[in-house]
Design a protein around this ligand. Structure first.
Ligand SMILES: C[S@@+](CC[C@H](N)C(=O)[O-])C[C@H]1O[C@@H](n2cnc3c(N)ncnc32)[C@H](O)[C@@H]1O
Length: 215
């Protein structure tokens, strides 16, 4: 069993500014743990988490893959989240590399990403609530809770390496099947690997991989 990362360095006051790991985060950890053999066998060199928040997911992923075995790039629009990510890396002896950017903008990652992870702001809200930074950026997802995710999806097939895999957290309102169908057109196979009900939310993790025969 992979230990949940130590987040003892983050206080209640930090979580006023940075997303505190919650059921969605833990479902993603479960999905990664469930795939640990598959992930290790693929021997990933480049892992990218979009929207790393506390850094909990990337620190866990480093534990799954091996802390010395890959680069762990962590992007976020929230500066305080990136500070927390760096601290979480240090606290858990994982070298997480925080980058402040929108999604993966400005990073030259085409065809290089072996593991891509995104627990996006998925809560349906009016479009004007989708935030550029700060804690609101953690949850406000705009129409269908998809406005941020929908900006990443068209780039995924281009980012992934031939053995690349993409883990995406979603809720029912995000229309997971529609996203699976959309990425199928880009040559990716998507399937729900974990799901859980948490209060009113029906959460799932979708795993996307290249279809056999696709470059
Ligand atoms: C639901 S939280 C998830 C945090 C963490 N990955 C976890 O699972 O606990 C979403 C994160 O995405 C970040 N975020 C929102 N919009 C973003 C964007 N356009 N580019 C990068 N990060 C973004 C937020 O600041 C927040 O840290």
């Amino acid at each position: 069993m992979i230990p949940t990362p130590d987040l003892g360095h983050l206080k209640a006051s930090d979580y006023q500014h940075v997303y505190e790991p919650a059921e969605d985060t833990f479902l993603l950890l479960d999905a990664l743990e469930q795939d640990q053999e598959r992930l290790r066998q693929a021997a990933p060199r480049m892992c990218v988490e979009v929207g790393s928040g506390s850094g909990c997911v990337s620190a866990f992923l480093a534990g799954v893959i091996g802390k010395q075995n890959a680069v762990f790039l962590c992007t976020d629009v929230n500066l305080r989240a990136l500070q927390a990510t760096r601290q979480t890396g240090t606290q858990n002896q994982a070298s997480l590399e925080p980058v402040r950017t929108d999604l993966v903008s400005g990073l030259r990652l085409q065809g290089r990403v072996d593991v891509l992870v995104f627990n996006p702001p998925y809560v349906p809200t009016p479009s004007e609530e989708v935030a550029c930074d700060g804690i609101a950026a953690a949850w406000a997802g705009g129409i269908d809770g998809r406005e941020v995710t929908d900006r990443l999806l068209p780039r995924v097939a281009d980012l992934l390496s031939p053995r690349g895999v993409f883990y995406l957290v979603a809720v029912r309102e995000n229309k997971p099947q529609e996203m699976i169908d959309q990425l199928a057109k880009a040559g990716l196979h998507g399937e729900v690997t974990c799901q859980r009900r948490s209060g009113p939310e029906r959460l799932c993790v979708i795993r996307f991989t290249r279809r056999a025969g696709q470059p």
